[in-house]
Ligand binder design. Structure first.
Ligand code: DGJ
Length: 735
């Protein structure tokens, strides 16, 4: 890996990818190339001309009509100097909003500097190299620091930007993208992950067209509705072949992820904090740091892109503490009891779960204040003695005596109007004082821009963590932000970002003081499943929808960008509480195996036969667990394209694999000799699959035989049939 500087060309390469940009003749930064690695020892300045189609309406120099910012590909474009596409930065100072950032200096560093107050990917000095480019606005002296990191082993560039007010007057920043890139070809499809509560991260694909297409959130959270991720794929790219560019924003608040195709078919991609609701004020000497954005290049289709994201997050985002640790099999009482429990019931529940092989008992919502429904007590993080007369520490110790770890649910960012905290501090709720406020799930949002609020919640959580010797926290967040206003702020345009900084501050303090507590993030299911939170909480509750058929889509979509061992996936009771669908216990586990596994049901309601099945499922998952954590996840068949879904995980030495195959509804008179073509195995290895042996090339080229399906005439020997079929195969290389 290296960052090569030649004249004023910067070439970041690691043998897999190259990212090349240079200083243009007007001093701004021009983009030259991002893609498969190019030879290092060459000047690529001619790429500027090769992709610069024709003189445009405005040009910078009288004697050079070809030099037009309207057509030149750029690194961090501004508005007002001849480029009529959307800029990366907009700022104003004393009525003036034109900027012209020109190259001033650069510095090359080993490793990757941390971003103060913001979660970001990290790397040791041998694992990455970073170039920091300093640009200066010729009109004001304001500086822009652009940071580019290339990793040694991943096909990834990480970027961020920082603006420093070196001028003598106040500056207002109205738009600041973390990443902007102009790709030369727009003949691509835009793929993104969208949905809503209970059907998060569905894969959506549409063609890029001239004009702007974007996904975004202005809800105060990254949202159920759009994930801060997009990919551009070549028209002929598939899951396994072809060029794909993946982009992701490492941030949990309002975001914009946008493509803009110009009149010559150049595609500008930008990711950053959404400009709506954002205006940051900088006094002379102050600086604003953008969050990080990462971009991936894959020449091996969507799977190649996903595996790179998985590797990046596993190696450089999830904390050292949790990247290799085994995630416990958990049971959560939410769907089993909702708010209706007492100590006796919970202890019984935990003991039964222990007998099944569960390792962690999680007590969900309802253990604090006087919370018997969702109208009350958020903020009062003190045990409810009506439900738990002997206290939370006593419950924790009994659960631990039963041989389980103990976890608790919190919703630290919220306050109920019916709470002691609200009676004492109504001004701590977000909103315009004395004005009408909007409720969401009957609750209000705490003002995390106020450090005293964060301190108070920290102290309350710390007391509970210490008293219970807590092993796990489910950090929930069940509503979006309205009436964004804090009396403590001079500039309300800073509210949303300062709110998220407050959230990160609390996460940082809790994870630093209690590194052994495993955090799972949650936001009404998967409403804030983003890379930034993975930095603190290595697993995330993917969705409140635990229906196995729906989960196929949610988990398939989520795997586009996130390692599957970050995806909280549980077996729940039937009929499913979200869809009312009844699926077999086998299907529910076969889907949930491909994530961090757990149960969300009352074990005492299982029949003795079901209990034996669950014991076997847990035993099986434990044997798969290292593969789920370390293996390469490969999508084989998409639930968005048909009735069947398939995926697999292969160990890095190709000696082991598990394959999941699913069929949602039955087919009349189906073929009975169906096979599934696998990927990623070693061609010459012989694999044991149940009682048969196949070579890797057979399994990949001819396929793995699936069980014989019932077709009306083969009743005596059919192995499957009806709706909701599934099978998980374990493959072990014999040599
Ligand atoms: C929403 C979460 O997604 C659920 O799993 C559960 O924790 C409830 N909140 C509790 O109120």
């Amino acid at each position: 890996m290296s960052i090569l500087v030649n004249q004023q060309q910067f070439h970041l390469t690691n043998g897999r990818i190259s990212y090349v940009f240079h200083v243009l003749k007007n001093g701004q930064l021009g983009h030259l190339y991002f893609g498969k690695a190019l030879r290092p020892d060459r000047d690529y300045t001619h790429f500027e001309k090769d992709h610069n189609p024709t003189p445009a309406s405005c040009h910078t120099y009288e004697d050079d009509p070809a030099f037009s910012l309207e057509t030149i590909r750029q690194e961090y474009p501004v508005y007002g100097k001849g480029d009529f596409r959307e800029p990366a930065i907009l700022m104003s100072q004393e009525q003036k909003s034109v900027a012209n950032f020109v190259y001033k200096s650069h510095d090359i560093l080993e490793g990757k500097p941390a971003l103060s107050g913001l979660p970001a990917t990290y790397a040791a000095s041998s694992e990455a190299e970073t170039v920091l480019i300093v640009l200066e606005d010729v009109y004001s002296g304001v500086e822009l620091h652009l940071s580019y990191t290339i990793f040694a082993n991943e096909a990834v560039i990480a970027r961020n930007a920082r603006v420093v007010n070196k001028s003598t007057t106040a500056l207002s920043v109205e738009r600041m993208m973390s990443l902007s890139i102009d790709l030369p070809e727009a003949e691509m499809d835009l793929l993104h992950l969208s949905g809503t509560w209970s059907r998060e991260r569905h894969v959506k694909t549409r063609a890029l067209e001239q004009g702007i297409q974007s996904i975004s959130s202005i809800r105060g959270a990254s949202s159920h509705h759009h994930n801060p991720f997009l990919a551009l794929k070549a028209k002929d790219a598939t899951e396994h072949t072809g060029e794909v560019f993946g982009f992701q924003f490492v941030y949990s608040g309002n975001f914009l992820a946008q493509t803009e195709v110009d009149h010559y078919g150049v595609a500008r991609v930008q990711l950053g904090i959404h400009p709506i609701g954002f205006e940051w004020n900088l006094a002379p000497g102050e600086a604003f740091q953008s969050p990080e954005a990462v971009m991936v290049y894959s020449g091996e289709g969507l799977n190649g892109m996903s595996q790179t994201f998985h590797q990046l997050y596993r190696n450089h985002l999830i904390s050292e503490q949790w990247k290799t640790a085994e995630r416990p099999v958990l049971i959560n009482n939410w769907e089993a009891t909702y708010f209706d429990f007492n100590e006796e019931k919970l202890i019984h529940f935990a003991k039964e779960a222990k007998d099944l092989g569960v390792e962690l008992f999680v007590l969900d919502d309802g253990w604090f204040g006087k919370r018997n429904d969702d109208r009350t007590s958020l903020g009062d993080w003190f045990v409810d003695r009506e439900k738990l007369p002997e206290g939370i520490a006593s419950l924790a110790s009994k659960v631990k005596q039963a041989g389980l770890k103990f976890g608790l649910w919190f919703e630290p960012e919220m306050i109920s109007v019916d709470s002691d905290l609200y009676s004492e501090h109504p001004e701590w709720a977000v909103g315009v004082p004395e004005e009408h406020y909007t409720l969401g799930r009957n609750q209000r949002v705490l003002d995390y821009t106020n450090p005293i609020v964060v301190d108070t919640i920290f102290e309350r959580m710390r007391a509970i963590i210490q008293a219970t010797d807590l092993d796990y926290i489910k950090w929930d967040m069940n509503r979006n932000i309205t009436e964004a206003y804090s009396a403590g702020l001079d500039h309300q345009g800073e509210f949303f970002h300062r709110y998220i900084l407050g959230v990160y501050d609390l996460y940082e303090r809790l994870t630093s003081e209690f590194p052994n507590v495993l955090f799972e993030s949650c936001a009404g299911g998967g409403g804030r499943f983003d890379p930034a939170l993975l930095y603190y909480a290595p697993q995330a509750w993917a969705s409140d929808d635990t229906d196995a058929v729906e989960r196929l889509k949610i988990q398939y979509g989520t795997s586009m960008a996130y390692p599957i061992y970050s995806i909280g996936s549980h077996v729940s009771a039937v009929p499913n509480h979200q869809t009312l669908r009844s699926t077999p216990l086998s299907l529910r586990a076969d889907v949930a195996y491909f994530g961090t596994f757990g149960y969300e049901l009352d074990p005492s309601r299982l029949s003795s036969e079901e209990q034996e099945i669950v014991k076997e499922q847990i035993r099986r998952y434990k044997s798969f667990r290292p593969l789920v954590r370390d293996g390469s996840f490969i999508r084989l068949q998409s639930p968005f394209e048909g009735n069947e879904t398939a995926w697999m995980i292969v160990s890095s030495d190709q000696k082991e694999a598990i394959v999941g195959w699913y069929k949602a509804s039955s087919t009349p008179n189906p073929r009975t000799n169906q096979v599934l073509k696998l990927k990623g195995l070693h061609h010459d290895s012989a694999y044991q699959v149940e009682s048969s042996t196949y070579y890797g090339d057979e399994l990949m080229q001819n396929g793995l035989p699936l069980p014989i399906e019932f077709n009306g005439a083969n009743q005596a020997f059919a192995e499957r049939g009806g709706d909701f079929q599934s099978k998980v195969f374990y493959l072990k290389a014999l040599y």
